[in-house]
Design a binder for this molecule. Structure first.
Ligand SMILES: Cc1cc2nc3c(=O)[nH]c(=O)nc-3n(C[C@H](O)[C@H](O)[C@H](O)COP(=O)(O)OP(=O)(O)OC[C@H]3O[C@@H](n4cnc5c(N)ncnc54)[C@H](O)[C@@H]3O)c2cc1C
Length: 413
């Protein structure tokens, strides 16, 4: 009987547990998931809450109910992992022994790390939509916002879903136009990157879209202070952006339980991980899925899903004493809501940047081009998340390896 313990019951922990349950009979493996609480939030849905397009309760479900029968589930915090003893020590002092540990503790927001961010004005004129509470508070604030300066700011990278703040800008532009007040609002996107996005072709396309919509782009803005009382963001190089309403994506770290586990995490609390096998580089029996991994690819649910397929195969191989499958290529895939019931789609991996063309083949959804079809895809994804992705079903046309058919080479883009 193998003992598999999974830390975190979010996107990665749930889909991994369910896939492992499908792979092993209850007589062959005991699978236990541990999470702090019983509220599983479909995080991509948070984007829509500030615009009144959904509510936090419509995107949340009990965690335990997403796990297949025969999976043990503990609702308690993980205190730390004892790598030497192969044990997870829980907040109540009890311990879980493992043969394989899967770390799926995600990324946590650290707003307190930025001077002033949680000070005066927090949840009054300074919000984040990265939590259900922040997104709901922002809905109320946006509802009565009809003139002034609206700033969307990413404090530092890495963050979950690096396109979400851009999507927020496009939706804010649409929302304000719908209400007939767009001309009375100055909309600015302030990012620590040197362009709208990390990779050249997508940066050009998304930067162009910001310009078309009249959204000012402030690059290389490393936020040092958020002065909510005076309404200004101040960068480390003393640039200032005044605001009446600020939407801030705070710094992200790995979960604190990783930092408390000697030898497990890096300086930010993410776990060093082999980028192709998803085995940690700190201990062979430790595997990592999702945002908790320190990998050169976006922290995104799609990445978590594609990783899960390879990781589960590798847990099986590891326990059978076989060589691991090194096939994860960094595949990432993301719908980018652009407002006006349209969305773009990007698809990329460690080596291939987001390129135009079609997905998953020459006939399919348009890449890097906004369309109604992509918007419908984005809306439909919530259903797919709960009913296919989390239960660990294979999705037709959506595989771990990035498809190349249908993509135009960078030189043509
Ligand atoms: C606003 C927003 C929009 C997004 N949009 C998209 C999108 O459009 N497309 C996309 O692909 N991705 C999107 N994402 C990102 C996506 O939601 C995450 O990348 C994905 O959920 C990562 O899965 P995970 O399992 O690594 O982490 P999570 O799903 O966050 O799960 C981590 C779990 O670990 C638990 N945990 C942490 N510490 C402990 C502890 N000490 N003890 C026990 N449990 C613990 C947490 O409670 C949590 O349940 C978005 C995210 C946000 C915030």
């Amino acid at each position: 009987m193998h003992r598999i313990v999974i830390l975190g019951g979010g996107t990665g922990g749930t889909l991994t547990a369910n896939r492992l349950r499908n792979a092993y009979s209850p007589d062959d493996a005991e699978i236990t998931v541990v999470d702090l609480d019983d509220r599983h939030v479909y995080q991509p849905g948070l984007l829509f809450v500030p615009f009144g397009l959904t509510q936090p309760e419509d995107i949340s479900r009990p965690r335990g109910r997403q796990l297949h029968a025969g999976i043990g589930y503990r609702t308690t915090g993980v205190d730390h992992v004892d790598l030497g003893r192969h044990e997870v020590v829980l907040g109540d002092g009890s311990a879980l022994a493992y043969d394989v540990l899967v770390v799926a503790t995600g990324a946590v927001l650290a707003p307190e790390e930025t001077e002033g961010l949680t000070g005066p004005g927090w949840m009054e004129r300074v919000f984040t939509f990265y939590t259900p509470e922040g997104a709901a508070g922002l809905e109320t604030a946006l509802d009565s916002f009809d003139h002034g300066r609206l700033v969307v700011n990413v404090v530092e990278m890495p963050i979950k879903c690096p396109v979400a703040p851009l999507e927020f800008c496009f939706l804010a532009d649409w929302f304000l136009r719908q209400r007939g007040v767009r001309d009375d609002v100055e909309l600015t996107y302030a990012t620590p990157l040197d362009a709208a996005f990390t990779t050249p072709v997508a940066a050009r396309r998304l930067g162009g879209l910001l310009a078309e919509r009249g959204i000012a782009l402030e690059t290389e803005f490393n936020t040092g202070v958020v002065d909510g009382a005076a309404g200004r963001l101040i960068s480390y190089d003393d640039r200032e952006i005044p605001f009446d309403l600020a939407v801030v994506v705070p710094a992200h770290n790995g979960a604190p339980c990783i930092a408390r586990s000697t030898g497990l995490g890096d300086v930010l609390g993410f776990v060093p991980t082999d980028q192709h096998t998803l085995q940690s580089t700190v201990a062979p029996e430790v595997f990592v899925v999702g945002d908790a991994a320190s990998l050169p690819i976006s922290k995104a649910g799609s990445v978590t899903h594609f990783e899960g397929e390879v990781l589960v195969e590798n847990v099986r191989r590891f326990l059978a004493g076989q060589p691991l499958d090194a096939s994860y290529d960094g595949h990432a895939n993301c719908f980018i809501e652009t407002g006006f019931h349209r969305a773009m789609l990007i698809d990329f991996n460690y080596d291939v940047e987001p390129l135009p063309g079609h997905f998953p083949g020459p006939v399919g959804l348009p890449l890097m081009q906004d369309s109604r079809l992509n918007h419908l895809g984005k809306l439909m994804f919530q259903w797919i998340y709960w009913h296919s992705l989390l239960p660990g079903r294979d999705l037709p046309g959506l595989h771990s390896a990035m498809p190349t058919a249908g993509k135009k080479l960078a030189v043509d883009a």
